[in-house]
Design a protein around this ligand. Structure first.
Ligand code: FAD
Length: 567
């Protein structure tokens, strides 16, 4: 059923018919009505709002619009629809109205589908349901769509394009970087005719991939991530020289600190080396975070947190690593990888942890070419029909097994221990047991990874009797515990033997304050051995490795920053 959702224009029927169309399609009539109502409220005077309850009805409506010689400016399509899902619908709609801008309405759980949609139907935006209040969540997106449609009209599209090879590490890094930063791009394999054509047009030899073609049409040849970040409009340098609070790390702890810091009036900047979200941003489904009874994808959760922090005025600097920390009188100085720096009254270290290297022969050489650390959602599509190996037995590995089981022919979990119960939550164990194509191999270690230009087979050893099995597998994802990367911090910032940063009472055991501590008080609960430097989340010694505790520590750190600033 297609419904005209605009009231008649005061200018009469002809004027109404010639208005460009804004089309929304959702199989849930109440959602469809609600979207149409919100669209009508804001855009009803200039656009004709049409709504449809199925992809087939919507295609019919588009055909009519096209036959009448009218324009479709933008389409908002639900992803989960019976018979024809949003991506299949948009794919067909593109044949009819290639210049209409496209947004996919998704639930939290469908991030990976939304990311995949970038390449299939070139969607401009994802809209998370629910979109209340529309002023904040719906209208800015639709404004963007309409501005792009008006700007580009019938001109050819200039989206960010990546030309690369599926087994090139650098190509993978660029794709992963953009996907993790939620930047839509279009991927071209340079072995395909389209990829070759674009490469030739850019005048770049095939051995100089990846090439990123900007929205302005400029080719960036083998760019660094900060060059890519600049080109796609991510901020890579702080706007000011001095802040109240510099936060290093944009995972849940850093974002938590930023939301509280910025909302409580502190001039706040976050420095993030890769993409905001941290480890949590790579989790396909977090089921134990308070307030999300149906689970939430880590990408969605942390994207919301990022937007919240930015809305409160926090600056987010992406693709920049902190490589030094110095005391400059009452100020603290954080130094970047290019030698530049930023000063602040206080610092929150929220750098989390990174995965340990897999001690298997050949694994290092195949990183990015079949061997991946963490959950690389960009690889989901290329796992189709493949045998995937997940190494590790904790929750992160379990989530990855569930996630990849929907894409791969078979998933094998290689777990060193003799049981999952010590390391994995019961709900995940139950989920895994219920999935036919997931095999759990306990007492198993990965001995060797082999392949010519990409991973092809993996040697597994049963640690009980050292028996060997070589299995064919094209993808292997490593989740074997993590270590803090804190070597860059000064020696007088005390850490434990594993490198986790000590704070609060950890620094005063034995009744002594840390060496060089010159204040007439003990370090606060989350304060490190340098006054004014606070630590939150996984990087802190004795921390609980959870999203909720990282967020909570980020918030608490800000309270302590206020106390420190008031001294
Ligand atoms: C796949 C997976 C699934 C998980 N599932 C769950 C779950 O279901 N429930 C749960 O509670 N927990 C889960 N966890 C654990 C949870 O994600 C972490 O405990 C949490 O993300 C820790 O937050 P953090 O901010 O302390 O650190 P991180 O999330 O590690 O973030 C640290 C950030 O700092 C950045 N950084 C590091 N060094 C620098 C530097 N020098 N300069 C600039 N930036 C830097 C990193 O790039 C990163 O973005 C999961 C983890 C993984 C990997």
């Amino acid at each position: 059923m297609t419904v005209e959702a605009s009231p008649p224009s005061p200018r009469g029927a002809d004027a109404r018919q010639s208005r460009p169309v804004l089309l929304t399609v959702d199989d849930d009539p109440s959602v469809s009505r609600a979207v149409a109502r919100d669209l009508r409220r804001r855009y009803g005077n200039e656009y004709r709002i049409l709504r449809a309850d199925s992809g087939a009805d919507a295609l019919e409506a588009i055909r009519e619009v096209v036959l009448r010689g009218e324009h479709v400016a933008a389409i908002l399509a639900d992803y989960r629809m019976p018979r024809m899902n949003g991506i299949d619908f948009l794919e067909q709609a593109m044949d009819l109205v290639p210049h209409a801008r496209r947004a996919l309405l998704t639930a939290y759980a469908d991030t990976s589908a939304a990311i995949a949609a970038i390449n299939v139907v070139d969607v401009d935006h994802y809209l998370l349901k629910p979109w209340e209040p529309p002023e904040e969540k719906l209208y800015p997106v639709v404004d963007d769509l309409l501005a792009a449609w008006q700007r580009e009209g019938r001109e050819p599209e200039h989206k960010i394009k990546i030309l690369g090879h599926p087994w090139s590490v650098a190509s993978y890094e660029v794709r992963d970087f953009l996907a993790r930063n939620m930047v839509p791009y279009r991927w071209y394999n340079v072995e395909d005719p389209d990829g070759q054509r674009l490469l030739a047009a850019a005048g770049v030899p095939a051995d100089q991939i990846p090439v990123v073609i900007t929205t302005g049409g400029d080719p960036l040849v083998q760019p660094g991530l900060s060059e890519v970040a600049d080109a796609v409009g991510l901020t890579t340098a702080p706007a000011e020289d001095f802040y109240d609070l510099v936060i290093v790390g944009g995972g849940p702890a850093g974002l938590g600190a930023a939301v509280y810091g910025a909302s409580e009036g502190l001039k706040t900047v976050i420095i993030e080396r890769a993409a905001a979200g941290g480890q949590a941003g790579q989790s396909s489904r977090i089921e134990n975070y308070l307030g999300f009874p149906d689970g939430v994808s880590g990408g969605q959760l942390t994207d919301r947190a990022r937007r919240q922090a930015v809305r409160f005025g926090a600056e987010l600097i992406t693709a920049r690593s902190a490589v030094g920390l110095e005391v400059k009188g009452p100020a603290r100085r954080v130094i970047f990888d290019d030698g530049s720096s930023v000063l602040s009254h206080a610092v929150v270290l929220a750098t989390g942890v990174s995965y340990r290297q897999l001690p298997a022969a050949g694994a290092d050489d195949l990183v990015g070419r079949g061997v991946y650390y963490g959950s690389a959602s960009t690889q989901a599509a290329s796992c189709a029909g493949d045998h995937v190996i997940i190494v590790g037995g904790a929750n992160s590995a379990g989530q990855a097994a569930v996630f990849f089981s929907a894409h791969a022919a078979k998933v094998t979990m290689a777990v060193r221990g003799d049981s999952l119960t010590h390391s994995m939550s019961t709900y995940l164990i139950e989920q895994i047991e219920a999935i036919d194509n997931v095999e759990v191999r306990l007492n198993t270690r990965v001995e060797k990874c082999e392949g010519l230009d990409h991973l092809q087979c993996v040697t597994l050893i049963d640690v009980r009797d050292e028996s060997v099995e070589v299995v064919d597998a094209g993808h292997l994802f490593v989740f074997i515990g993590a270590a803090p990367l804190t070597d860059w911090l000064p020696d007088d910032l005390l850490r434990d033997r594993a490198g986790f940063v000590r704070t609060g009472s950890e620094l005063t055991s034995g009744g002594e304050r840390p060496p060089g501590w010159d204040l007439d008080r003990d370090p606060y609960l989350l304060e490190a051995s340098i006054p004014g430097v606070f630590v939150a989340g996984d990087v802190r010694a004795q921390s609980v490795k959870r999203v909720a505790s990282a967020v909570g520590e980020g918030a608490l750190a800000v309270t302590l920053v206020h106390r420190y600033l008031a001294e």
